[in-house]
Design a protein around this ligand. Structure first.
Ligand code: 13P
Ligand code: SF4
Length: 307
């Protein structure tokens, strides 16, 4: 592995490339990454980089977002099959139907959506700024898509806004049941539960802290507790166990794995940089419209991300 890591680091330098890695990636990818974090942090880093090539160790919509933010750079996704099941739950036609059903209401899309969908929404959000973004619209009603769980969670925090949600969800987080949570809590009494807002409301209402992947990692960093129950994708738990060997982490269930996120291997990253594949392109007109939706979010999130 060391040899492969060295080869990637050398290629990165030779080609003036930057590697952005989401926290759900296989943890060994951190060895070659310049930035590791949640969706908001990575889109902020993409918008600021001076590198010529951005390699996104993540899923398709993330690389697409980087391309929209940096249309003149080469953006690479190491494994072209790394998609997001939630982002694929809504296409342009479904979005138009949703907007037609509820006309004249501002539309907020989760960053986990395609460029086409972003191009027809007013503003984008991530799990770490969703409340702030929806609140910024100062609207009585808001359409929120694709994630109904994140939408519900936002609504719960805003007294004056009705959030009308599309029927999408992340299959990994949505699959966590209340029985899973109660069983683990029973076996680990008085241990704090940290959950991602993509989980169902019945789960987040049981949590001591709800936040993005980075939010959960920061909570652990700033807490004096020695043990935590974690309800999010396993990549976060892998990193927590690596970074805090003196602390204990109980994952709600072992199969909380996003297969798409795990498709990128170090070998794929090497091949991707070496061959400059798979290059992500976005239609210019769609890209310009989607850029407005993303930039509005970045502007509002400039001074700190967290809700
Ligand atoms: P965050 O990166 O905002 O925590 O979202 C998690 C996720 O599901 C990314 O696909
Ligand atoms: Fe999509 Fe869920 Fe995987 Fe994130 S964890 S990329 S939301 S399927």
């Amino acid at each position: 592995m060391k040899e492969l890591v060295d080869k990637i680091i050398k290629l990165k330098k030779d080609k003036n490339a930057v590697i952005l890695a989401h926290c759900y990636q296989n943890a060994e990818i951190d060895e070659v990454a310049d930035f590791v974090g949640d969706s908001l942090y990575l889109s902020q880093m993409a918008s600021k980089t001076n590198a010529k090539i951005i390699l996104f160790a993540g899923v398709y919509f993330m690389a697409q977002t980087a391309k929209i933010l940096c249309p003149d750079k080469k953006v690479l996704l190491p494994n072209i099959n790394a998609g997001c099941e939630m982002a694929d739950m809504i296409n342009l036609e479904q979005l138009k139907d949703f907007k037609h059903k509820y006309p004249n209401i501002p539309t907020v899309c989760y960053i986990n959506s395609t460029a086409e969908v972003k191009s027809e929404c007013d503003i984008c959000c991530t799990s770490s700024n969703a409340i702030k973004i929806v609140d910024s619209l100062k609207s009585e009603k808001v359409l929120f898509l694709p994630d109904k769980n994140l939408g519900r969670w936002v609504e719960k925090h805003l007294a004056n806004t009705t959030v009308i949600t599309y029927d999408g969800y992340c299959p990994i987080h949505h699959n966590i049941t209340i029985e899973d949570v109660l069983n683990v809590k029973r076996a680990n009494p008085n241990i704090k539960l940290l959950a991602h807002p993509e989980c169902q409301e019945v789960i987040t209402s049981q949590a001591d802290f709800v936040g993005s992947t980075t939010g959960i990692m920061n909570f652990v960093k700033n807490s004096s507790d020695k043990k935590f129950i974690i309800a999010t994708e396993k990549g976060v738990v892998d990193r927590l166990r690596r970074d805090y060997p003196q602390k204990e982490f109980v994952i709600i269930k072992e199969n909380l794995v996003c297969r798409s996120m795990k498709l990128n291997s170090l070998q794929d990253i090497y091949n991707s940089l070496n061959n400059e594949t798979y290059e992500i392109e976005v239609n210019r007109e769609i890209s310009q419209k989607a850029l407005k939706c993303i930039e509005r979010m970045l502007d509002i999130s400039k001074n700190g991300a967290a809700n």
